[in-house]
Design a protein around this ligand. Structure first.
Ligand code: 13P
Length: 288
């Protein structure tokens, strides 16, 4: 099966009270590990790239071909959407053109008027090609922006304006943060999540910064309408830790331990294990 639009899988998750895991990929190994984990757990998945990661891998077209070829060669049977994460206006257009099945247009740094105008154009273009669209309101905090114990909170009225454009799923700040959560993080703001949900009606919502949020909180968020959870940092951390251990244990110096297929194996196994754990935690396992 080739890559599919994410609309149906995310809507089913909303109805079934679970969340689609949306894993960021960085390279061939990452993509294979994510596909292995979701196939073994029978989980519908969104594989996403930032614009930077796609550039690192060789471009959008290469990513489309890589994911489609792996689905074919690995015999993947679960639904897989290929999604652009935090796309610019130009990046989203390009991804729609070259075959991504889903795009995020992140206009949250524009004023709401400009965000609406640009979102509207991307939604029309994407839908004319059967591509699903995520838009963002209000920005998501990040520790790289400085010390941030509480993430940003989106304005429910602005969320309604973007939701009414016909977006398929909406990202909005509810205290979540990209990257590692600081020890004094205030947690997700469920009151704001409920207010946004009430304002946007039946639209599914996206939780960015999914790495490291305690599962009681992700579960509660899913109960309040979150149907897609983004994970990037958590897979990077387990990959780095397992690779560090391999090197620190001197394994690269034993026999042909320097062969990249051996060197990257512990990190790859760690990605698979963590991705499977998250598929179970978001209750998406078995839903494909
Ligand atoms: P984390 O890196 O915090 O998991 O966030 C991922 C994300 O939200 C990508 O948009």
């Amino acid at each position: 099966m080739a890559i599919v639009s994410a609309t149906e899988m995310v809507n089913k998750a909303l109805e079934g009270h679970y969340a689609i895991p949306a894993f960021n990929t960085n390279n061939l190994e990452w993509t294979k590990c994510i596909l292995t984990a979701v196939e073994e757990t029978k989980t519908p998945v969104m594989i996403q790239t930032s614009e930077g990661a796609a550039k690192y891998m060789g471009g959008y077209k290469l990513v489309v071909d890589m994911v489609n070829d792996l689905i074919d060669s690995m015999g993947i049977t679960v639904p897989v959407a290929l999604h652009l994460d935090h796309g610019t206006f130009e990046g989203a257009k390009k991804c729609i053109e070259v075959g991504y099945s889903s795009v995020m247009f992140d206009g949250s740094h524009f004023g709401i008027e400009e965000n609406i105008e640009k979102s509207k154009e991307i939604i029309a273009l994407a839908h004319s090609k059967g591509v699903s669209v995520e838009c963002e309101v209000g920005g998501i905090g990040g520790v790289e922006d400085g010390v941030a114990s509480a993430g940003e909170l989106a304005d429910p009225a602005e969320c309604k304006l973007i939701a009414d454009l016909g977006v398929d799923f909406l990202a909005a700040g509810i205290g979540n943060i990209h990257g590692k959560y600081p020890a004094d993080w205030a947690g997700l703001n469920f009151d704001r999540l409920a207010e946004i949900k009430a304002a946007i009606g039946g639209k599914p919502m996206v939780l960015h910064g999914g790495s490291g949020i305690p599962f009681e909180q992700t579960k509660k968020a899913v109960g309040l309408g979150v149907s897609k959870i983004n994970i990037n940092t958590e897979l990077q951390l387990v990959f780095a830790a397992a690779t560090r251990k391999y090197i620190e244990d001197g394994k690269d110096l034993e026999g042909k331990g320097y062969d990249p297929r051996k060197l990257l194996k512990p990190g790859s196994d760690a990605i698979i294990a963590k991705a499977k754990e998250l598929c179970e935690a978001f209750e998406a396992a078995g839903k494909a």
